[in-house]
Design a protein around this ligand. Structure first.
Ligand code: NAD
Ligand code: KPL
Length: 303
């Protein structure tokens, strides 16, 4: 069965090339005819791993191609997910599986509501990749992928494809605690690195602010039925800050490179959840407003 990978960005390339390297059938879905022509004019996708570049001539198409899709890997940003799925929804078979790689929360439920007959599988990934040029990605950080669906269903047979492709993974009947925990980590670290213009490690000088945010995030997590995600949150945030001290957060990098952030699905989702629960979150709300102001001042979208 073919893997259709929508989005030839960092993670799309990382997944598509490893699946193709294992001899599995893969098709790329690109944004439009112009992107397809640009792709076809060169020699496929490249993955750079341990300093070595390997190329893979993976066939590509646009959303308007006719063939049905049984397994879709949605590898775009959270803010593009609904539009991207709308463009291919008519091609999904009634037994289609759709893997959602988006960070944060909110986009997955919105996509799942658009395609109620498909089985939507949420993925929480700690692997790291970035594009060094068009159609080429550097595998920058070994990590892991946790997969699960909202119906707490049995693991799909195609997990064996991931094993063959060397994609580290585990099926997790309930992924929501992990997704909320990652969202909380991202809320406590990423916006502050943008506002203080600093590497993760420099947040050690802003310990009071980080602590206060973790306390509020803990209340929101308890309020939305995720006490497990709240447990030991501050300790883990401090560990991540120490372990990634020399790194710039993904949101910092997005802003520095003039790219749109996923604010709506991270801090925005935490604030919206707090509001819906009537859970006071003054620090989180103020942080969101400061971040929006910072993005607006740089001409970047703040939604
Ligand atoms: P990216 O911007 O590198 O790639 C997204 C790609 O999707 C782009 O090439 C874009 O053109 C394409 N795209 C968007 N809409 C499309 C459409 N309608 N049709 C076809 N292509 C379309 O993003 P990324 O870094 O690969 O991130 C994808 C998601 O994974 C994000 O939510 C991100 O937060 C998450 N994530 C990324 C990493 C990482 O290391 N890059 C790690 C963990 C999680
Ligand atoms: O996930 C991260 C990111 O940069 O997006 C870190 C910094 C590790 C936690 O927020």
């Amino acid at each position: 069965m073919c893997w259709h990978v929508l989005g030839a960005g960092s993670l799309g390339i990382l997944w598509a090339t490893r699946l193709a390297r294992a001899g599995l059938p893969v098709r790329l879905i690109l944004r439009d005819e112009a992107r397809l022509a640009a792709y076809n004019a060169q020699a496929g996708l490249a993955l750079i791993e341990n300093g070595e570049r390997q190329r893979f001539a993976i066939p590509a198409q646009t959303a308007s191609a006719g063939e049905p899709i049984e397994r879709l890997l949605l590898a775009c940003k959270a803010y593009d997910a609904e539009r991207a799925v709308a463009a291919v929804a008519h091609r999904l078979t009634d037994k289609a599986d759709v893997l959602l790689l988006q960070n944060g929360l909110g986009s997955q439920d919105a996509v799942a509501a658009m395609i109620p007959d498909a089985r939507c599988i949420f993925v929480s990934s700690t692997e790291g990749a970035y594009r060094d040029e068009d159609w080429s990605a550097v595998f920058a950080g070994q990590g892991f992928n946790w997969l699960g669906d909202t119906q707490h269903g049995a693991s799909p047979a195609w997990l064996d494809d991931l094993r063959q492709a060397g994609i580290p993974h585990q099926w997790t009947a309930d992924l929501s605690e992990r997704l909320w925990r990652k969202l909380a980590l991202n809320c406590a670290i990423n916006p502050l690195t943008v506002l203080h213009q600093c590497r993760n490690g420099e947040l050690q000088a802003h310990a009071e602010e980080v602590t206060a945010l973790c306390v509020e995030l803990g209340h929101v997590l308890h309020g939305c039925g995720q006490p497990g995600a709240a447990e030991g949150l501050l300790d883990q945030v401090q560990q991540v800050i120490a372990a990634t001290a020399g790194n710039y957060s993904s949101m910092y990098q997005d802003v520095a490179q003039g790219r749109r952030t996923e604010i709506r699905y991270l801090l925005g989702h935490a604030c919206a959840t707090a509001a819906a629960l009537d859970c006071p979150a003054p620090m989180l709300n103020q942080l969101r407003l400061r971040l929006i102001e910072h993005l607006n001042a740089r001409g970047l979208p703040s939604d």
